[in-house]
Write a protein that binds this ligand. Structure first.
Ligand code: SF4
Length: 445
């Protein structure tokens, strides 16, 4: 079906120019929908009739796919741009940890426990393993293993195998779990599509060329499966990135529905370091899922933090609320630290204060989400603004001393703050948050 024009979409909108969608007029919103940058559902006032009549042609160019049962689902896809700065990326790449078929049952149980434990807080956001990729070929009781993993693992499953009968048997052993079946080939796509449709599972499809892949997705769709995933391997990194990029461009720029599905990349690197680099690279271009072997925190964190950075919304300042925070059991003798409201700065400072075991107040200045040096360069922080913040947050009422710890990158504030405020002992803190524990333990007696 040809894509709708902005005018066709506009005629079906309420045309009230209420701005609730974030655009100044219904026409501006319609143009964004026509350009596949927004979904019709982003207009809260659109009627069901209008939505239904426009839905198919105006739906986002990439399908939104959900894996897993209610309560432990992973959703990805529905991306609308090639580059994050054009708008934003919507659904962060999920990291799937592979459970190899060669493992013993005891090793499987230990790995599942490690996956369950693998979550980390960074900049106020929880980062975690999203999926568990279970190899189902080549051992005695794959159905029994998959059942036990489904029962014990907190994340949804990907069933990975080349034998369609085994995929079929393991999927049927966990009814209601809605795993991703990975993967069909052009030769068996119709068989596995019928299975996926019956079990209400998503189906990953791999093929030698993008033409074969597009042909296979259409066969799967003809067999009533629309939750599809494009499967790639890392055997030839540059070729995989080329195919991922072409598929993304075909879907988003050309509205080519046969490739309008999110992608999965299986990473099989020689070393943990290479695996990290490849997984992060594929997450940037354009994998919705990366399957890796690493499950230790030092293996997962570089991948998870890279994904977090890629999927941060560039249109929203990365900021925390500017207020007085109490870290630990503060008293009237606790130190007062001043910092900016750039979330990475705040959470770094707060995390290091916790690590110091010295309860502190942190007075956060509204610098519009900028870090210390950027806010100074951009005139978002000054001694006067720090003083105003301290007064608004009534910091002096919380402590009986008048010592203030300022960022180590702003030593220039010390003299002026001491001159214009009641904070008569301004202490220059460390330049790096990681030095805060040692600093507090040496200067705050
Ligand atoms: S929310 Fe809907 S009705 Fe309001 S301006 Fe946007 S498109 Fe128009």
């Amino acid at each position: 079906m040809a894509a709708l024009t902005g005018m066709q979409i506009y005629k079906n909108l309420p045309r009230s120019n209420c701005k609730e969608c974030g655009f100044p007029t219904c026409m501006a919103f319609a143009m964004q929908v026509a350009a596949k940058q927004k979904a019709l559902g982003d207009c809260p006032r659109i009627t069901d009739d209008a939505k239904n009549s426009l839905a198919d042609a105006s739906s986002p160019p990439m399908k939104l796919v959900t894996i897993g049962p209610e309560g432990k689902q992973f959703t990805f896809g529905q991306e609308t741009v090639m580059f994050r700065h054009e708008e934003r990326f919507h659904h962060a790449t999920g990291v799937a940890v592979r459970i190899r078929g060669a493992l013993t049952e005891m090793q499987v149980d230990e790995l599942v426990a490690a996956i369950n434990r693998a979550d980390f807080m960074r900049a106020g956001e929880k980062l975690a393993v999203a999926l568990c990729a279970v190899e189902v070929d080549g051992y005695a009781d794959p159905a029994g293993r998959v059942q036990r993993i489904a029962q014990n693992c907190r994340v949804p499953l990907i069933l990975m195998g080349d034998n369609p009968e085994t995929l079929c048997a393991t999927a049927q052993a966990i009814p209601g779990q809605r795993p991703l079946l990975c993967k069909a080939t052009p030769a068996n796509v119709e068989f596995l599509a019928k299975l996926a449709a019956g079990a209400k599972c998503a189906l990953a499809i791999g093929a030698g060329t993008l033409e074969e892949l597009a042909d296979a997705t259409q066969k799967a769709k003809a067999n009533c499966v629309d939750d599809l995933v494009l499967a790639f391997s890392d055997k030839n990194t540059s070729e995989t990135i080329r195919q991922l990029t072409i598929a993304r461009r075909a879907a988003i720029k050309k509205n080519f529905r046969a490739l309008g599905y999110p992608a999965l990349v299986e990473v099989n690197a020689d070393s943990p370091e290479a695996e990290t680099v490849l997984a992060a690279t594929f997450a940037a271009k354009y994998a919705g899922i990366v399957v890796i072997n690493g499950h230790e925190p030092w293996e997962l964190l570089p991948v998870l933090t890279t994904i977090q950075s890629i999927y941060t919304n560039p249109q929203v300042p990365n900021a925390v609320e500017a207020k007085l925070y109490a870290i630990g059991s503060v008293t009237e003798n606790s130190p007062v630290i001043v910092t900016t409201n750039f979330s990475l700065t705040y959470f770094s400072v707060a995390g290091e204060v916790e690590r110091s075991k010295i309860p502190c107040y942190i007075s956060v200045v509204n610098t519009e989400g900028l870090g210390v040096l950027n806010s100074y360069a951009g005139d978002k922080i000054s001694p006067e603004k720090v003083l105003k913040t301290l007064q608004e947050q009534k910091v002096a009422e919380h402590v009986k001393h008048r010592k203030l710890i300022i960022p180590g990158l702003l030593p220039i504030f010390k003299g002026e703050l001491e001159d214009i405020s009641e904070w008569k002992e301004v202490i220059i803190g460390p330049e790096s948050a990681s030095k805060i524990p040692a600093f507090l333990n040496s200067v705050w007696k």
